[in-house]
Ligand binder design. Structure first.
Ligand code: FAD
Length: 328
C-alpha cells in the first residue's frame, strides 16, 4: 500500500480527481494530476462566446447531502465561488407548465461553474493539455505515456478519475479490473448554447417531457453571469436517446434544429444572435458501478468518478474522497 511520500499520478482534473488529489496531498503524498483539456473542472464546465457571454454547458447546478461535502461547499460559498441559484424548476408536458417540487437548494459555481473545482485544486500540481494515451506498470511502478509523446513516471500509485468508457480504453492490459466496468453505462448529451434578444419566456429552467430537448435553462438567471443589456443566454440539453441517434451530426445543424424545436414547443420567437453546440460523449451515468470507487492494492491502481455512484456533482466528490481515504 502506498505510504506517505508516495508519488501518486491522477488522470483527470474533474471534481473526483481533484478531490482525491487534495486528500492525498493532505496526508503527504506527492501528487501529479494529468488533464487533457485546457482547464480544471471536467464536466463542471462553462463556455464563453466571443461577446463574453457565458454558458454552463455541462453540470447545471448541484445539491448537497453529505456533511463533509457541505463543509467544503460552505468554505467555497464564503469565498463567493459557490452561490445559490434561486430558481423554480418547471416541467412542460403536453402544452402545460407544472412546477417541480422545490427540493434541495440549487447551487452553482460562481461566476463560472468550474471555478469552485479550480479553487479546490489549490496547490496541486496539475499538468494541463496532457492527454494520457497509454499506461503500464513495470518493477519501478506506473509509467504514463502522453499522446504528444512524453513519458511520465514511475509512480507508486495511479488513479483514473475519468469517465468509465475512457478508463476502459486506458486499461487494455488490465483485463480483470477493466471487466468490473463492463456494466457501467453512460449517456451522451448534445448541449446547445444560444444568445437571443429577451424572449419573454416566463420560466428560467425546467424539463420538457418526451421531447428532443430534455432540459432548458436561462443561463443569465444564475448569479454572477454577465449578460449584454436586452439579451439573454440559453442552455439546452438534448435527451440521451435523441443524442445517441444524432451523435455524429454536424454541430451547427444540431444547434439550429434543437433551438427551433425548443422555441416552437414553448412558444418563443426570439431569433438567435449566436448559437453553437457541444457534444458530451460521456455525459451522465445511467447504470452506475454501485460502489464508491475501485482500489486494487496489489496493482496500486484506483478508479473514481461520478459513474461509480450517480450522475451528480456530489457523487464525483464522494467517490474521489472515499478512494483517497482507502489509499491513505
Ligand atoms: C450535460 C451535463 C449535464 C449535467 N447536469 C448535472 C446537474 O445538473 N447536476 C449535477 O449534479 N451533475 C450534473 N452533471 C454531472 C456532473 O457534471 C458530473 O457528475 C461531474 O462533473 C463528474 O465529475 P468527474 O470528476 O467524475 O468527471 P469529469 O468532470 O468528467 O472529469 C474527468 C476529467 O478527465 C479528463 N480526461 C479524460 N480522459 C483523459 C486522459 N486520457 N488524459 C487526461 N485527462 C483525461 C477529462 O478532460 C475531464 O476533465 C451533468 C453533466 C453533463 C455532461
Amino acid at each position: 500500500m502506498p505510504a506517505t511520500g508516495s508519488r501518486t499520478a491522477i488522470i483527470g482534473a474533474g471534481l473526483a480527481g481533484v478531490t482525491c488529489g487534495r486528500r492525498l496531498l493532505e496526508v503527504g503524498h506527492d501528487v501529479t494530476i494529468f488533464e487533457k483539456s485546457r482547464g480544471i473542472g471536467g464536466r463542471a464546465a462553462t463556455r464563453r462566446s466571443e461577446a463574453g457571454t457565458t454558458f454552463d454547458h455541462g453540470a447545471q447546478y448541484f445539491t448537497v447531502r453529505d456533511p463533509l461535502f457541505l463543509e467544503d461547499v460552505e468554505h467555497l460559498a464564503v469565498a463567493g465561488l459557490v452561490q445559490e441559484w434561486p430558481v423554480e424548476l418547471m416541467q412542460f408536458n403536453s402544452q402545460a407548465w407544472q412546477p417541480e417540487e422545490a427540493g434541495a437548494k440549487k447551487l452553482v459555481g460562481s461566476p463560472r461553474m468550474p471555478l469552485f473545482v479550480r479553487e479546490l485544486a489549490g496547490e496541486l500540481d496539475v499538468r494541463l493539455e496532457c492527454q494520457i494515451g497509454r499506461l503500464w506498470r513495470d518493477e519501478n511502478g506506473w509509467i504514463l505515456h502522453e499522446q504528444a509523446g512524453s513519458q511520465w513516471g514511475p509512480f507508486d500509485a495511479l488513479v483514473l478519475a475519468v469517465p468509465a468508457p475512457q478508463a476502459v480504453a486506458l486499461l487494455q492490459d488490465y483485463l480483470p479490473i477493466r471487466a468490473q466496468l463492463d456494466h457501467v453505462q453512460m449517456d451522451p448529451c448534445w448541449a446547445v448554447m444560444v444568445e437571443t434578444p429577451i424572449s419573454g419566456l416566463p420560466h428560467d429552467a425546467g424539463f420538457i417531457a418526451d421531447h428532443p430537448v430534455a432540459w432548458f435553462a436561462r443561463n443569465n438567471s444564475k448569479p454572477g453571469r454577465p449578460q449584454k443589456e436586452g439579451h439573454e443566454s440559453w442552455v439546452l440539453h438534448a435527451s440521451g436517446d435523441w443524442t445517441r441517434d444524432h451523435l455524429e451530426d454536424d454541430a451547427a445543424r444540431v444547434a439550429d434544429g434543437l433551438w427551433k424545436d425548443f422555441a416552437g414547443t414553448v412558444g418563443v420567437d426570439a431569433q438567435p444572435v449566436w448559437l453553437t453546440a457541444h457534444r458530451w460523449r460521456y455525459a451522465r451515468v445511467v447504470r452506475a458501478l454501485g460502489q464508491t470507487h475501485i482500489w486494487d492494492a496489489d496493482l496500486a491502481l484506483g478508479l473514481c468518478g461520478d459513474w461509480c455512484i450517480d450522475a451528480r456533482v456530489e457523487a464525483a466528490w464522494l467517490s474521489g474522497s472515499s478512494l483517497a481515504k482507502e489509499i491513505a
